[in-house]
Design a protein around this ligand. Structure first.
Ligand code: AMP
Ligand code: GLY
Length: 435
């Protein structure tokens, strides 16, 4: 059996570990003990996912065939680079290729330089020269983005986080002061979707499209979170998209993979996760992540038919072109249980009890503390339930029946995957596309 080193300890990594453990021994290194990963791991090292010394020590002892990195921080910190220097290759990108996620200006400039469609109107500023003029050009609707990794908190949108042009300018100045640069861009109107693609540097293979829900409460109200849940459909397209939208997004990703190699001389190995917006006249790129989405990983990995270990090996060997990667034609709905008060003032240290989980539902643990007498909240997303069915309706009912049985000071979004919410999105797209 192959040995795989998996870095990270969230629900995304639980889903990755679950898929890997079907045909490999999984060795986990993560900052906290994840009860799901503890159960499936051959060995579990508790250490920070960016701690190079701890990772090398573990890797030298375990001698894995390859590694996979879950979260963005260790990718940006060069964990795949360090492992490579010590003879362990990863199905995750080197830091230079990971800039696709760790620098928003790098990605916008890359699309611009290589003439790839998908950018909104944007400008990168290293100082204030021309800043006011560009805000004036964009009018009342704009988005201001800090350049580095900010766990989704570096992006501020007019009408949402920024009440006026004056506030936009002030935030842009703050970003220049703190990070040396800022991206200012046109505010796009449409529906967001995630398209994740396996990439070996030359070939990209797309996974089913997924829609995530970042806001804390039903009806997309409340603070932005790491993601409260997500759904995907049996045909691998979302109900508010046309097939051509997904194809356009896939084409952008394919071209970006090529441009990235031209630009850096390194192949991107891993998952290119594009956050796209379907707009009136097509598709735009919001951002790339250089890893699986959380929760999106939990929509796609439970339905992958091809051996995930083989997929990772093909990514590393540059052999994706010869490989057929298949997903079941099933719909999935993922709902996260989170502590009351999440994300702003989450309760911590309180006990939760998971009820009976029906057949057809997967349970993935995120940040919960597993003690002798049960599970305790750690302040972040706690547990995710994924319903799998022939239709989204069926998958939603399954996820809902598990999530509502959790006892303790928690909440979740009831509307994810429901017909009412999906119909609203279809209606919005029809309206902006004028048909
Ligand atoms: P990002 O970290 O780039 O994914 O941005 C976080 C969120 O900000 C996205 O999920 C979108 O909801 C929003 N956003 C980012 N860029 C734009 C844009 N150009 N137009 C409208 N919304 C945006
Ligand atoms: N689904 C949001 C993220 O993984 O960044």
């Amino acid at each position: 059996m192959k040995k795989v080193l998996l870095i990270g300890n969230g629900a995304r990594e639980h889903a990755m570990g679950d898929a890997l453990s079907k045909s490999a021994e999984v060795f986990v290194l993560g900052g906290e003990r994840n009860p799901g990963l503890m159960k499936l791991a051959a060995e579990y090292a508790v250490a920070d996912a960016c701690d190079r010394d701890a990772i090398l020590e573990f890797a030298e002892r375990v001698r894995p065939d390859f590694a996979v990195v879950g979260p963005e921080a260790p990718i940006a910190a060069g964990v795949a680079d360090v492992l490579m220097e010590h003879g362990v290759r990863s199905a995750s990108p080197l830091a230079i290729a990971g800039q696709l996620e760790s620098s928003k200006s790098f990605t916008r400039d890359l699309l611009g330089k290589y003439g790839i469609a998908g950018n909104p109107r944007f400008k990168v500023f290293l100082n204030e020269e021309g800043l006011e003029e560009f805000f004036a050009e964009l009018g009342g609707d704009f988005v201001v983005k800090a350049d580095g990794l900010k766990s989704g908190k570096g992006v501020k949108v007019s009408g949402d986080h920024l009440g006026s042009r004056k506030e936009g300018l002030a935030y842009a100045r703050e970003c220049i002061g703190e990070g040396g640069r800022v991206v200012v861009e046109e505010k796009l109107i449409g529906q967001e979707f995630s398209l994740m693609s396996f990439c070996d540097g030359m070939t990209t293979v797309d996974m089913p499209a997924v829609q995530d829900h970042k806001r804390a409460f039903d009806g997309d109200k409340g603070s932005n979170t790491g993601g409260m849940g997500s759904y995907s459909c049996a045909d691998h397209i979302l109900p508010f998209l046309k097939k051509s939208d997904v194809e356009a997004a896939a084409e952008i990703t394919r071209k970006v993979a090529g441009a990235l190699f031209e630009e850096t001389g390194k192949y991107f190995k891993g998952v290119m996760y594009g956050g796209f917006m379907a707009v009136a006249d097509g598709v735009r790129l919001i951002e790339y992540n250089a890893r699986f989405g959380d929760p999106e990983a939990m929509n796609v990995l439970p339905i992958i038919k091809t051996d995930f270990v083989e997929v990772c090996q093909a990514i590393i060997a540059g052999e994706l072109a010869g490989m057929k990667i298949e997903f079941e034609n099933k719909a999935t709905v993922c709902k996260y249980v989170v502590p009351k008060g999440y994300p702003d003032k989450p309760v911590k240290g309180e006990k939760i009890i998971i009820g009976d989980v029906p057949a057809g539902v997967r349970t993935y643990f995120a940040l919960v503390d597993s003690r002798e007498d049960g599970l305790y909240l750690s302040g972040s997303r706690a547990v995710a339930f994924v319903g799998i069915g022939d239709t989204v309706e069926e998958a939603e009912k399954l996820a809902q029946s598990a999530v509502e049985k959790v006892q303790g000071p928690v909440f979740y979004r009831k509307d994810i995957g429901t017909k009412a919410l999906i119909d609203e999105r279809i209606k919005m797209m029809k309206e902006i596309r004028g048909k």
